[in-house]
Write a protein that binds this ligand. Structure first.
Ligand code: PRP
Length: 217
């Protein structure tokens, strides 16, 4: 492992929020804000390199120890699992997993096996298993809201943030599956071998989470 700490950030919305947090912690994030096509960004005067990756890859890099830490949504953690420590709820990227159906449809009012479409089959399976309900799960890669409209599925399990996508497609949430927000994760070996550096970084994050009043959740 190199001397510098390496952190993987989930590209997109969580990347922006992570940068806001890091800047509030006094880190110069200019390389991440003007990334060009580069995917690894040493922060000036910080001993920290930032890697930009897709959410499931953040977990893969942290699990394999090629990144010491990562910022990833609880949605991906619940779906993919893995061997890492989840050390901090970063309180941004807040949304929820919900079960949604066509507005007005009686999802529970039949004995036939329901079909559920989702980008998150493992989350969906765990949710219905815990209810003792047998369902057929169909994996969809995006715009899952289409599945009930096209009558491929009786319901969906998906991320709901503002609820606008459901509303605009004639769907409605009927049950919450789980709360979601961004988490700081750490590789277990890094945590042991670089306890001082990582502990300090976690404490710094924690210290600024309460103070970031200007940052929308
Ligand atoms: C997510 C999710 C919903 C939408 C919810 O999709 O899958 O479709 O956001 O947001 P809302 O409640 O604020 O409307 P995303 O934008 O990630 O695109 P995707 O469906 O192609 O994955």
């Amino acid at each position: 492992m190199s001397e510098r700490l390496r952190i993987a950030l989930t590209k997109g919305r969580l990347q922006e929020k992570s940068v806001e947090l890091f800047e509030a912690m006094g880190l110069d994030c200019s390389p991440v804000k003007n990334p060009g096509r580069r995917l690894i960004h040493p922060l000036p005067n910080a001993g920290l390199d930032v890697v930009l990756a897709k959410a499931p890859d953040v977990i893969t890099y942290v699990e394999h120890g090629v990144c010491d830490m990562g910022v990833v949504g609880k949605d991906t953690i619940l779906e993919k699992g893995g061997a890492f420590y989840e050390v901090l709820d970063l309180k941004f990227g807040k949304c929820r997993f919900a079960l949604a159906v066509k507005k007005g449809s009686d999802f529970y009012g039949t004995y036939k096996t329901r079909r559920i479409a989702s980008k998150y089959p493992n989350v969906t399976r765990a949710f219905f298993e815990q209810k003792g309900m047998d369902v057929d799960i169909i994996k969809i890669e995006g715009s899952v809201e289409l599945a009930p409209i096209l009558e491929l599925a009786d319901g969906i399990v998906d991320i709901v943030e503002t609820g606008a996508t459901l509303r605009e497609n004639g769907l409605a949430p009927i049950e919450e599956v789980a709360q979601v927000s961004a988490r700081l994760i750490v590789n277990p070996a890094s945590m042991k071998l670089r306890k001082g550096q990582i502990g300090q970084f976690i404490a710094q994050c924690e210290g600024h989470l309460g103070k970031r009043t200007k940052i929308a959740p």
